[in-house]
Design a protein around this ligand. Structure first.
Ligand SMILES: [Zn+2]
Length: 225
């Protein structure tokens, strides 16, 4: 399986090129382009967040901590004094970063349900919801954010699968076929949970734009020559 560095490098290169193409073609502003680049790079490490020893889990839970703190800030701006907001925000970050991260690591198995295409779809859809509801991006840009996360996560699974083919020895390692899968099977409970999250994401996401139009904006090939 590919290591953290390879995952980060490939996902950020591919999403960086695509985001740069969109900025060049005027389909995204520079800020939006940077956001999409980050989304694609993050997608590249999300499937390994269930590996307790990986750097991915720490990065992802720091990010969740930041999102929790932002939520508190948005709530505090309306309802709380500054000092209460700051204390609660720090608490929310700490809670996400330590106890919840620990519980998550304890109850997940590496390369199981979260290392699947179903989980990638959940990551993408939840990113659409966060981009729309928390950061107030317009619907198209929110869906682009989700698309980049899915792209990065699919690159991750593909890389892991490629790394299980030992090209020099022309043999296939035992891990072949465990990385790129539609769903983990049999694992009814985690899969049900993922399907429930998928449904909730679909319900909370803004109306989905025409996928063909999104893809045409994502790949401005007509502009290349
Ligand atoms: Zn992996």
């Amino acid at each position: 399986m590919a290591n953290f560095r390879t995952h980060m490098q490939v996902a950020s290169t591919v999403s960086g090129l695509l985001a740069a193409g969109m900025v060049w073609a005027g389909e995204a502003s520079l800020t939006e382009g940077c956001l999409l680049w980050l989304a694609g790079s993050l997608g590249g490490i999300l499937p390994d967040m269930d590996s307790d020893s990986s750097r991915s889990i720490h990065i992802v839970f720091r990010l969740f901590g930041a999102l929790a703190a932002i939520l508190v800030l948005l709530y505090g701006r309306q309802h709380l004094a500054l000092i209460d907001t700051l204390v609660l925000g720090a608490l929310a970050y700490g809670l996400m970063r330590y106890p919840l991260c620990w519980v998550f690591a304890r109850f997940t198995v590496h390369r199981a349900s979260l290392h699947s295409l179903l989980a990638n779809a959940v990551f993408g859809l939840l990113s659409v919801v966060v981009a729309d509801r928390l950061f107030g991006l317009d619907a198209d840009m929110a869906w682009f954010t989700g698309l980049f996360v899915v792209l990065g996560a699919c690159i991750h699974l593909l890389l892991d699968e490629l790394y299980s083919i030992d090209l020099e020895g022309r043999r296939i390692k035992k891990s072949f076929g465990t990385a790129l899968k539609l769903i983990e099977w049999p694992a009814p409970l985690p899969n049900l949970l993922l399907l429930a999250l998928l449904g909730a994401g679909w319900w909370l996401a803004p109306a989905q734009p025409d996928l063909g139009v999104l893809l045409a904006r994502l790949l401005p090939v007509s502009h290349i020559w």
